[in-house]
Write a protein that binds this ligand. Structure first.
Ligand code: PBG
Length: 316
């Protein structure tokens, strides 16, 4: 029915009406909060390009876990920053490594769900996500190390491991290793569609994980290729991923929507460091953060990983 019988503004006439007709709302229960844990520091360190974010020592995690609980956030995602790095990223799968210690500590403090990032880039001296064969990342040799890393996280008490290295076959390899070691109940949240993105740069600075030569384009995806993203997601579902993830989030709303429509697995989206840094740059006010997070959920994300998770109380 055309105007003047139809007046769309009647659906926007007051806050009450707008609330009633709205279709998407954020809940703190949708969120996972990323936490950086650093070896060899005694106090938390602020992260320069990510206002309000810190690197924590294992012994200083209590404060941030308490904040997650107060905020009602169901899960955290851990990233380790080791003191020593080497070509094989050995600190990633050490029994007493920094993330392994952090997982144990958090499990003593809380029943919050612990997700742990499984990748080598913070742990290798060359900064790539796997081991090198000359200047190429060796996919298959890296799989063995990712398996060891995932099993060590499970042994420390992680609920979910989150492989982010973008090696082919990583989900199948990790599922098999977990099952073989008796960790059949530990889940996999796979970074299935992870694009080589300039939006990761504040994270790389925060974690000291920038590649020392070249870039990650031979393993992370090309953002001009959306169909490949869907193929990656499908492969990971078939390999046993329990939750699939798209990353970054706002630049990938189309992928989130298409994945949501196509597959019946829980879908996570990662609002990455560069998205957060831009939204917190002081140019825009907090409403822009709310708008972005709502757009990510509206596109179809069931779970949002966001550095803003602890500020939601102020946004909602
Ligand atoms: C590790 C990893 C990265 C991020 C999450 N896991 C960095 C990268 O791939 O270079 C980025 C997260 C962010 O930017 O917030 N591979």
């Amino acid at each position: 029915m055309p105007f003047p019988k139809t007046r769309m503004r009647r659906l926007r006439s007051s806050e009450r009406i707008r609330d009633l007709v709205s279709e998407v709302s954020l809940s703190e229960k949708d969120f996972i909060y990323p936490i950086f844990v650093k070896e060899g520091i005694s106090k938390k360190e602020p992260i320069a390009r990510m206002p309000g974010q810190f690197r924590y020592p294992v012994d200083g995690l209590e404060e941030v876990i308490k904040r997650c609980e107060d905020a009602g956030i169901p899960g955290v995602l851990l990233f380790g920053i080791p003191k020593d790095k080497d070509a094989a990223g050995s600190e990633a799968y050490k029994r007493e490594g920094v993330v392994q210690g952090a997982i144990k500590k958090i499990k003593e403090l809380s029943d919050i769900a612990v997700f742990s990032d499984v990748c080598l880039c913070q742990y290798t001296d060359h900064g790539h996500c796997g081991v090198l064969d000359r200047d190429i990342v060796d996919n298959d040799r890296t799989l063995d190390l990712l398996k060891k890393t995932a099993v060590s996280h499970a042994r420390s008490g992680a609920d979910y491991v989150a492989p982010s290295a973008m090696m082919d076959g990583q989900v199948a390899a990790i599922r098999e290793a977990l099952d073989k070691e008796g960790f059949g109940d530990i889940g996999i949240m796979s970074y299935s569609a992870k694009f080589a993105s300039a939006f990761y740069s504040p994270f790389r600075e925060a974690a000291g994980s920038a590649p020392q030569f070249g870039d990650r384009k031979s393993y992370q995806m090309d953002y001009r290729s959306p169909t490949q993203a869907l193929r990656e997601i499908e492969l990971d579902i078939n390999a046993g991923a329990d939750i699939v993830l798209v990353k970054p989030a706002l630049p990938c709303l189309d992928i989130i929507r298409r994945a949501k429509e196509k597959y019946n697995v829980p879908l996570a989206a990662y609002q990455v460091s560069g998205e957060y840094a831009l939204l917190r740059s002081g140019i825009l006010d907090k409403e822009a953060l709310h708008e972005s997070l709502t757009a990510i959920k509206r596109a179809g994300a069931d779970i949002i990983i966001s550095y803003a998770a602890l500020e939601l109380g102020e946004l909602l």
